[in-house]
Design a protein around this ligand. Structure first.
Ligand code: NDP
Length: 780
């Protein structure tokens, strides 16, 4: 062949990576792998086959973890934890640093093993996965060093259960193990059944570099093994990455257990291309967004939304680019797209595409060899309701949908139950950042995609889960505030008193406060409120319908999220001033409820002080600029959660309610509050104070009535984004929250002194916000 022909063709010969070191290692474990528990490998038990997806051949056998195995691993982790947490941060840092160094030393081995086990191209495991694994251990060696200084009020959870998926096996291990160990926790981790090998290799590396026995335990197995870890009483915190369906199961399973829970779940991330985008860069962006790792990426840009004016041009260029992708042997250094992890997954992709075709979508595909491969695929003409537009396909399949205006783009982008990531392509910084603010996602890349770094938090909004991995937020998730205990006794049932045919009782009764107006309860019933010496009034008996109305009113008041911190501060100061003007009245109300006068006075003073405190914070709870490795300004913005349910403590009815409502409001959330069931009247007295304080209608809504019944309605409501609950029905409330995976914070009644210093902290603000990480190129 002539050189000129080669230059025209640009065809490559095969360039396979050698796999002998991995074959030697696998040969040494031919008898099958056991688990890694308490610093050593157990003998192999009942094993299952691990296959190479590119060939279908068996490469190893690993043990199916039983509940006894999980018990042993948790016991080892428990035993090792106090000593590990008791090491100086510097000593833990040296262990993490050693892990990073050893990962680097074994980088080629780990990359080849990952590609053999998972099917991903060696170029990706070598240049993306493994370097990021090392980066995570280095970064978190730094956190181990600094943790005592940077998080002085927090402590490690104890034993962390970690369940990871198959798409980035070693990287997901690193994302979970590094922060857990840095914070002083010990770990029991289950890798995915399809891809357990790099976790086992990592366990060997950990032993080789002297990580103390029991600090890291790996138990292999399937979903049942994962469920045994999640349900184990000895596990204090659970971290999961995987499907939204399993995430919901785990939310229900851990409800009421007091376990910490972070969930990194699915996505259907938009990739938005504006008319002024650099089209070639955006086309290359799509290659990284959906064809990286065969599209088996939770934050894959699987929905391209493109400005109508450039749709045809963009689609043609993307098709031309797709035609040049090489699909095949993962170990070949020229391969762009490797094997799908398992035939089950390949068939699932094929089924979804067939379903989309039947719904009228047009399918454009590249070529792929026989076997467990799927061709790169572009879909046009998929309707917004098509399965291809809504379901997480987890394959190399992207839809292209045109939009007319930026508002259309935002509406389409947010038309999903997920909220993991988004890419925005525009040469106009104003436009890009304006859209970044409006898209509901935990990670936004401007003129880029699939950028990850240990210094930046990663995680989702909505049904993409909660909690962040990486950065300061990720470290915070592996530590807890000191545990609090309180009373777990249920409140007595309420006796409904009819409002009467004329509604006479209702006219004398404090009503509900919904959408800025006082409203009669839908039930028409009231209930008697007792003070120390007998009945002191009547309160409206709120029900499901009233909560729904309140949520609707709160949803309409979305403008509150866009007010500036300064504006919110002014309003909260005004609230404090108006409350202060009526301090005597509130003191009298609390005294009538049975509170001693001195205590009542102090509670009212505390409530006023809270207004000032959170007004102060409203424009000061800043985000951060993360120091990521690439040339980006990575902005960690604190955003409100949306509509929050707040179910207040029984005691300290005024200060307790305001201690929860005010941080939520200061951060831009709207609130539907259920005040103390026993002492609701100081909350109903607040209506007039709220009305005179310029709080826009719908921003605060108050529904009195049966606490737990109303709390469960809030927990089940898909229009509620987060719920704070103080009471005894924590288990039910947490389980009910699984429907839309709202963030829930529950505590027992009496677990803190709400009128005292425990009733306020920065932690309340952190809980009232979610972090959006926006990557903006800065010399990239
Ligand atoms: P799963 O959510 O089922 O698996 C993730 C992990 O959870 C695996 O280790 C799995 O075990 C384990 N697991 C499964 N069931 C339970 C359970 N009841 N309790 C505790 N742990 C459990 O994802 P799949 O692998 O089945 O993939 C299905 C779909 O999920 C994909 O097509 C994709 O759409 C999505 N997915 C999303 C990921 C993400 O990063 N967001 C990652 C992976 C999948 P094992 O696999 O060993 O049986």
């Amino acid at each position: 062949m002539k050189i000129s022909e080669i230059m025209t063709d640009m065809d490559y010969g095969p360039a396979p990576e050698a796999q002998d070191i991995v074959q030697d290692w696998l040969g040494r474990h031919e008898a099958g792998f056991g688990h890694f528990i308490d610093g050593t490998f157990t003998g192999a038990g009942e094993t299952f086959a691990v296959t190479n997806p590119a060939t279908g051949g068996e490469i190893a056998r690993v043990t199916q973890g039983t509940t006894a195995d999980v018990d042993a691993a948790v016991a080892a982790a428990r035993k090792a934890q106090p000593k590990w947490a008791g090491l100086q941060g510097h000593q833990r840092a040296r262990h993490l640093y050693a892990l990073a160094r050893h990962v680097q030393q074994h980088a080629r081995f780990l990359a080849v093993l990952e590609s053999l086990d998972n099917g991903k191209p060696i170029r990706e495991s070598r240049d993306a996965d493994i370097p990021l694994v090392a980066r995570h251990f280095y970064h978190h060696a730094g956190w181990a060093e600094l943790v005592a200084e940077e998080f002085p009020d927090r402590q490690p959870w104890g034993v962390c259960g970690q369940i990871i998926p198959w798409n980035f096996p070693l990287l997901m291990l690193a994302w979970k193990v590094a922060p857990a160990l840095a914070a002083g926790n010990t770990v029991v981790l289950k890798p995915a059944e399809y891809t357990p090998l790099t976790a086992l290799a990592f366990a060997e590396i950990a032993a080789e570099c002297g990580l103390p026995a029991g600090v890291l335990n790996i138990v292999t197995g399937d979903g049942a093994t994962g469920a045994a870890i999640a349900g184990h009483d000895g596990v204090d915190k659970l971290a999961f990455t995987g499907s939204t369906e399993v995430g919901k199961i785990l939310r229900r399973q851990t409800a009421g257990s007091g376990k910490g829970l972070t969930l990194e779940l699915g996505g259907k991330s938009p990739f938005i291309v504006f008319e002024d985008a650099d089209l070639d860069a955006a086309v290359e962006g799509v290659v990284d967004a959906i064809w990286f790792n065969q599209g088996q990426v939770c934050c894959a840009g699987s929905r391209v939304l493109v400005a109508e004016a450039i749709e045809a041009r963009f689609t043609e260029r993307l098709k031309a680019r797709m035609a040049r992708l090489t699909v095949g042997n993962p170990l070949d250094k020229n391969t762009d797209i490797g094997a799908i992890v398992h035939p089950v997954q390949r068939d699932r992709i094929a089924e979804l595409v067939a379903q989309g075709r039947a719904e009228g979508a047009e399918i454009h595909q590249g070529a792929a060899p026989e076997g467990c491969f799927y061709p790169p695929t572009i879909i046009t003409n998929a309707q917004p309701a098509s399965v291809l537009s809504t379901e997480e396909i987890f394959g190399p399949v992207v839809t292209i949908t045109p939009f007319r205006t930026p508002d259309d783009a935002v509406a389409l982008a947010n038309n999903t139950r997920y909220g993991l990531a988004a890419s925005i392509w525009s040469e106009g910084i104003t436009q890009a950042l304006d859209i970044a603010r409006q898209v509901k996602a935990g990670v936004i890349w401007v003129n880029g995609t699939n950028l990850f770094d240990a210094a930046a938090g990663f995680g989702g909004y909505r049904e993409s889960g909660y909690g962040r991995e990486g950065g300061r937020e990720g470290m915070a998730a592996y530590m807890r505030s000191p545990a609090r205990t309180g009373q777990e006794t249920d409140l007595p049932a309420l006796d409904p008193v009819p409002g009467g045919p004329t509604g006479a009782a209702l006219d004398r009764t404090a009503k509900l406060f919904i959408g800025g107006k006082q409203a009669r309860p839908d039930s028409g019933y009231v209930y008697q409120v007792n003070g120390a010496k007998g009945p002191i009034g009547l309160a409206a008996l709120g029900s499901r319908k009233d909560i729904r109305n309140a949520v609707e009113a709160a949803a309409k008041a979305s403008g509150w999220a866009n007010t500036t911190g300064h504006q919110r501060a002014q309003i909260l100061y005004y609230l404090g001033e108006n409350l202060s003007a009526r301090a005597e009245e509130f003191t009298a109300r609390l005294t009538a409820s049975g509170t001693k006068e001195k205590t009542a006075r102090a509670e009212v003073e505390a409530a006023i002080a809270r207004c000032f405190r959170y007004a102060a914070w409203a424009d000061k709870f800043d985000g951060a600029v993360h120091n990521t490795v690439s040339g980006h300004v990575t902005l960690a913005m604190h955003e409100p959660l949306g509509v929050m349910g707040v179910v207040a403590p029984t005691e300290a009815p005024l200060a307790g309610l305001l201690s929860l409502m005010l941080p939520a409001l200061a951060m831009g959330n709207r609130v539907v509050a259920v005040p103390s069931q026993t002492h609701p009247l100081s909350a109903t007295d607040l209506y007039q104070v709220i009305e005179t304080s310029d709080i826009p209608a719908g921003v605060v809504n108050i529904v009195t009535g049966p606490r737990d019944e109303l709390a469960r309605v809030l927990a089940q409501h898909d229009g509620v984004d987060a719920l704070w609950y103080v009471g005894s029905a924590r288990k039910q409330v947490e389980a009910d929250s699984a429907g839309n995976l709202k963030q829930v914070w529950t505590e027992a009644d009496g677990a803190r002194d709400w009128a005292g210093s425990e009733g306020q902290s920065r932690d309340f603000l952190a809980r009232a916000t979610q972090v959006k990480n926006i990557w903006v190129p800065y010399g990239a």
